[in-house]
Design a protein around this ligand. Structure first.
Ligand code: ZN
Ligand code: ZN
Length: 147
Protein backbone atom coordinates (compact mmCIF):
# COMPACT_ATOMS: atom_id res chain seq x y z
CA UNK A 1 0.00 0.00 0.00
CA UNK A 2 1.47 3.30 -0.99
CA UNK A 3 0.60 6.78 -1.92
CA UNK A 4 2.33 9.42 -4.00
CA UNK A 5 1.50 12.98 -3.19
CA UNK A 6 2.97 16.04 -4.79
CA UNK A 7 2.81 18.78 -7.34
CA UNK A 8 4.33 19.78 -10.63
CA UNK A 9 4.62 23.25 -12.15
CA UNK A 10 4.39 23.37 -15.95
CA UNK A 11 5.67 26.97 -16.02
CA UNK A 12 9.03 26.52 -14.29
CA UNK A 13 9.25 22.70 -14.42
CA UNK A 14 9.72 22.41 -10.65
CA UNK A 15 7.89 19.93 -8.49
CA UNK A 16 8.05 17.53 -5.60
CA UNK A 17 6.68 14.04 -5.03
CA UNK A 18 6.46 12.41 -1.61
CA UNK A 19 6.08 8.66 -1.23
CA UNK A 20 3.97 7.82 1.78
CA UNK A 21 4.02 4.38 3.32
CA UNK A 22 6.71 3.08 0.98
CA UNK A 23 9.37 0.59 2.04
CA UNK A 24 7.56 0.16 5.33
CA UNK A 25 9.31 -2.28 7.59
CA UNK A 26 11.98 -3.55 5.21
CA UNK A 27 13.73 -6.10 7.45
CA UNK A 28 17.52 -5.97 7.69
CA UNK A 29 18.13 -4.24 4.37
CA UNK A 30 21.65 -5.40 3.33
CA UNK A 31 22.78 -1.93 2.31
CA UNK A 32 21.99 -0.46 5.73
CA UNK A 33 23.52 -3.43 7.56
CA UNK A 34 26.77 -3.03 5.56
CA UNK A 35 26.88 0.73 6.21
CA UNK A 36 26.21 0.23 9.91
CA UNK A 37 28.95 -2.44 10.19
CA UNK A 38 31.35 0.00 8.51
CA UNK A 39 30.55 2.66 11.09
CA UNK A 40 28.65 5.04 8.80
CA UNK A 41 25.83 5.30 11.33
CA UNK A 42 27.83 5.81 14.49
CA UNK A 43 29.77 3.69 16.94
CA UNK A 44 26.78 2.01 18.61
CA UNK A 45 25.42 0.63 15.36
CA UNK A 46 28.94 -0.33 14.29
CA UNK A 47 29.19 -2.58 17.35
CA UNK A 48 25.68 -4.02 16.98
CA UNK A 49 26.08 -4.85 13.30
CA UNK A 50 29.79 -5.67 13.37
CA UNK A 51 31.46 -9.01 13.92
CA UNK A 52 30.74 -10.63 17.30
CA UNK A 53 27.93 -8.30 18.35
CA UNK A 54 27.04 -8.40 22.08
CA UNK A 55 23.36 -9.01 21.24
CA UNK A 56 21.55 -10.09 18.09
CA UNK A 57 19.56 -7.23 16.62
CA UNK A 58 17.21 -6.73 13.73
CA UNK A 59 16.57 -3.49 11.98
CA UNK A 60 13.42 -2.36 10.24
CA UNK A 61 13.66 0.63 7.96
CA UNK A 62 11.06 2.95 6.68
CA UNK A 63 10.95 6.11 4.68
CA UNK A 64 10.43 9.32 6.62
CA UNK A 65 9.96 12.98 5.91
CA UNK A 66 11.32 16.03 7.66
CA UNK A 67 10.12 19.60 7.79
CA UNK A 68 12.81 22.29 7.68
CA UNK A 69 12.12 24.83 10.48
CA UNK A 70 13.93 27.56 8.50
CA UNK A 71 12.43 27.44 5.01
CA UNK A 72 9.33 25.35 5.93
CA UNK A 73 9.95 22.89 3.09
CA UNK A 74 10.01 19.11 3.29
CA UNK A 75 12.82 16.67 2.51
CA UNK A 76 13.11 12.89 2.66
CA UNK A 77 15.14 10.53 4.76
CA UNK A 78 14.78 7.22 6.54
CA UNK A 79 14.30 5.94 10.04
CA UNK A 80 15.84 2.69 11.25
CA UNK A 81 14.20 0.88 14.18
CA UNK A 82 16.73 -1.38 15.83
CA UNK A 83 15.34 -4.14 18.03
CA UNK A 84 17.04 -6.80 20.13
CA UNK A 85 15.53 -10.11 21.29
CA UNK A 86 14.20 -8.53 24.50
CA UNK A 87 12.01 -6.35 22.30
CA UNK A 88 13.85 -3.17 23.29
CA UNK A 89 13.90 -0.77 20.42
CA UNK A 90 15.69 2.40 19.52
CA UNK A 91 15.41 4.69 16.59
CA UNK A 92 18.15 5.97 14.34
CA UNK A 93 17.38 8.75 11.90
CA UNK A 94 19.09 8.91 8.53
CA UNK A 95 18.56 12.27 6.90
CA UNK A 96 20.67 15.07 5.45
CA UNK A 97 22.52 17.26 8.01
CA UNK A 98 21.59 20.30 5.96
CA UNK A 99 18.22 21.08 4.47
CA UNK A 100 18.55 20.28 0.74
CA UNK A 101 16.38 23.31 -0.09
CA UNK A 102 18.01 26.15 1.91
CA UNK A 103 21.26 24.49 3.04
CA UNK A 104 20.72 25.41 6.71
CA UNK A 105 21.99 22.91 9.31
CA UNK A 106 18.96 21.05 10.68
CA UNK A 107 18.61 18.91 13.80
CA UNK A 108 16.55 16.03 12.43
CA UNK A 109 15.95 14.70 15.96
CA UNK A 110 14.48 17.97 17.23
CA UNK A 111 10.80 17.87 18.08
CA UNK A 112 8.49 18.84 15.26
CA UNK A 113 11.09 18.33 12.54
CA UNK A 114 9.87 14.89 11.50
CA UNK A 115 6.52 15.06 9.72
CA UNK A 116 3.86 12.41 9.33
CA UNK A 117 1.53 11.88 6.40
CA UNK A 118 -0.89 14.50 7.69
CA UNK A 119 1.81 17.15 7.72
CA UNK A 120 2.75 16.29 4.15
CA UNK A 121 -0.89 16.44 3.13
CA UNK A 122 -1.12 19.95 4.66
CA UNK A 123 2.07 21.06 2.92
CA UNK A 124 0.91 19.80 -0.47
CA UNK A 125 -2.62 21.18 0.06
CA UNK A 126 -1.09 24.59 0.67
CA UNK A 127 0.89 24.48 -2.60
CA UNK A 128 -2.12 23.11 -4.51
CA UNK A 129 -4.15 26.09 -3.25
CA UNK A 130 -1.54 28.86 -3.41
CA UNK A 131 0.39 27.80 -6.50
CA UNK A 132 4.03 27.08 -7.24
CA UNK A 133 6.36 28.26 -4.42
CA UNK A 134 8.88 29.34 -7.06
CA UNK A 135 6.88 31.19 -9.71
CA UNK A 136 3.32 31.33 -8.36
CA UNK A 137 1.74 29.53 -11.33
CA UNK A 138 -1.08 27.08 -10.79
CA UNK A 139 0.33 23.59 -10.21
CA UNK A 140 -0.65 20.15 -11.41
CA UNK A 141 -1.80 17.96 -8.51
CA UNK A 142 -0.19 14.56 -8.04
CA UNK A 143 -2.15 12.14 -5.87
CA UNK A 144 -1.88 8.44 -6.58
CA UNK A 145 -2.73 5.50 -4.36
CA UNK A 146 -2.00 1.84 -4.97
CA UNK A 147 -2.26 -1.36 -3.02
ZN1 ZN B 1 6.63 27.29 -11.05
ZN1 ZN C 1 15.29 24.60 4.58
Amino acid sequence: MGRKLGWHCDSCEKGEVFHLGYGANALNPPEFVAEAARGDHGSLLKVLFGENPPVKVDVRMRGAHFHCPYCQRIYSGKVAYVQDDTGAIFRHTIAPDRCPHCNTVVDNEASGVRVRSKGIQRYVDHIWADGCPFCGAEVERIDMTWS
